[in-house]
Design a protein around this ligand. Structure first.
Ligand SMILES: Cc1cc2nc3c(=O)[nH]c(=O)nc-3n(C[C@H](O)[C@H](O)[C@H](O)COP(=O)(O)OP(=O)(O)OC[C@H]3O[C@@H](n4cnc5c(N)ncnc54)[C@H](O)[C@@H]3O)c2cc1C
Length: 464
């Protein structure tokens, strides 16, 4: 290993929620900790910071997974407290006012300012003693076996190097460093990209900040809204999340590189047009959604305009979102992968902040205390139930077409306790053949993925 390079006990690649939480915990547990964040310009932050693209919704029980008490989150981070969410199908609608999962947070959830939340996590990490280098990208990582374990050389975009005993990879869904770092420990005929290749393992998410007329905004100022079965693609859907004032984030998630000619029954999708030669862009989908929902009464472009001083560019932002299943880390080599990089985000409801912070915190703490070998077990205990629920749901709805969403929503509305997301998952409400079939399908998938079988790359597949 190069002599004369700077060194650290723990190096962290990426300064999103996973990386920042890892830095805070590693420093708090006494490790000399350095975090590298390449730095992304945004309209709503002075100077460079983490990417921070997010619809930024947090459900009640996610706060417990996050493992940061709600009372500690600064007031200016929270934008709206939520009463529920609406799932809109092509001809049907379901209103949910409870997640149906026990939680310490008393409401349904809240929306938050992602940029401020990320900046707050950075402050916590700095206060704990971590050295955060914002605007410094990592371009390569090489690991080498030593007499006492492994040593890792990070090459920075500037050409400088840093050598660390342990590394937390939190470079998000693009995994620019993670994939090659993991491949060092995989046989020649295997690559981490089999599981994590960004075009296959991610969706693309696009959103716009739009200012709504007050009377329209008040219809959803305490609710999230999701439109299912409106655009083609596995777990592809547009949404609206209320923010501060009368601003809402309007966006969508869809698979990367979809070909319209492969879409069966394309006439059944409300946001496709007969003349479409290809899948519409995110911006076009948002415009069509707003036109379809509010165009009768409002001129969308002048009365629901984009808020240009937010997001990454003139009120818009695009970023990939991991939509696959998680992987184990090569902990024997002193490497932990956390958050979006390891594939924890839900493809179904796109929640990922809570699991990013939690896996990052665990990785940082264990890396600092010399017990990183426990990481794969500990993260499964902490977030395994959430992962199991999410991968089972995503699997169940993977092939749904517009009619399937209507069928399911009609079944839910017929259940005795419609209004709780738990209705689909709880036998006591699942009366009737339709409901029993949905419940059975979900349980079958949960059984298939039980005991951590949702992991795509297991610890024992790495040669360390
Ligand atoms: C549009 C959208 C809506 C979403 N909505 C929600 C939601 O409502 N609720 C929710 O909980 N989750 C949501 N998510 C998911 C959530 O944003 C992610 O799960 C979360 O950001 C993952 O955190 P992370 O720290 O793992 O990765 P990221 O947030 O992606 O952070 C990774 C960081 O690493 C940096 N980086 C990458 N490579 C390098 C390198 N080589 N060197 C240095 N730095 C590097 C990047 O600049 C970035 O800042 C949404 C995501 C998107 C895109």
């Amino acid at each position: 290993m190069t002599t004369g390079s700077e060194r650290a006990d723990v190096a962290i690649v990426g300064g999103g929620p996973a990386g920042a939480a890892a830095a805070e915990q590693a420093a708090a547990y006494g490790a000399e900790t350095v975090l590298f964040e390449q730095g992304v310009p945004r309209e709503d932050r002075e100077g460079l910071g983490p990417d921070s693209t997010d619809a930024a919704g947090m459900l009640d029980y996610w706060v417990d997974i996050l493992d940061i008490p709600f009372s500690e989150i600064p007031d200016e981070v929270v934008l709206r407290e939520l009463e529920g969410c609406d799932f809109v199908g092509p001809t049907s609608e379901v209103e949910l006012n409870s997640t149906g999962i026990d939680a310490s947070y008393p409401g349904f959830g809240f929306t938050f300012d992602r940029t401020r939340m990320d900046d707050w996590l950075h402050e916590r990490a700095t206060d704990a003693g971590a050295d955060l280098r914002i605007g410094t990208g990592v371009s390569a990582l090489e690991s080498e076996r030593t007499s006492s374990g492994y040593s890792h050389r990070l090459t920075l975009a500037s050409g400088e190097e840093l050598v660390a005993d342990r590394v937390v990879l939190a470079d998000g869904p693009q995994r620019r460093i993670t994939i090659d770092a993991l491949d060092q420990f995989l046989p020649d005929d295997r690559s981490a990209s089999d599981a994590l290749s960004p075009p296959r393992a991610n969706h693309i998410a696009y959103q716009e900040y739009r200012e709504f007329p007050p009377e329209l905004f008040s219809e959803f100022d305490d609710r999230l809204k999701f439109w299912w079965g409106h655009i083609p693609g596995e777990t592809a859907y547009p949404w609206i999340f209320p923010n501060d004032g009368t601003v809402a984030r309007v966006g969508l998630t869809m698979p990367i590189g979809m070909d319209l000619t492969d879409v069966p029954n394309r006439d059944s999708y409300k946001l496709l047009r007969p003349g479409d030669a290809r899948i519409p862009t995110g911006g076009e989908y948002v415009r069509r959604l707003l036109e379809a929902e509010y165009g009768d009464e409002y001129d969308v472009e002048s009365e629901i305009p984009r808020v240009e001083d937010r997001g990454k560019s003139k009120g818009t932002e695009t970023y990939p979102i991991s939509s696959t299943r998680p992987i184990d880390s090569p902990v024997g080599a002193g490497i932990a992968v956390a958050g979006g990089a390891m594939g924890t985000t839900s493809a179904f409801h796109e929640g990922g902040y809570h699991v990013a912070v939690r896996t990052g915190s665990i990785a940082g703490r264990l890396a600092a205390s010399g017990t990183l070998d426990r990481y794969n077990d500990v993260w499964k205990r902490a977030i395994g139930a959430e992962i199991l629920r999410n991968v089972s749901f995503a699997d169940m709805v993977a092939d749904y077409e517009p009619d399937d969403w209507d069928r399911v929503f009609e079944v839910v509305n017929g259940m005795t306790d419609a209004g709780s997301a738990g209705v689909l998952l709880d036998r006591k409400y699942a009366a009737g053949i339709g409901a029993s079939k949905i419940l059975a399908g979900y349980k079958r998938r949960k059984f298939r993925y039980r005991n951590g079988r949702y992991v795509q790359l297991a610890e024992d597949e790495y040669a360390v």
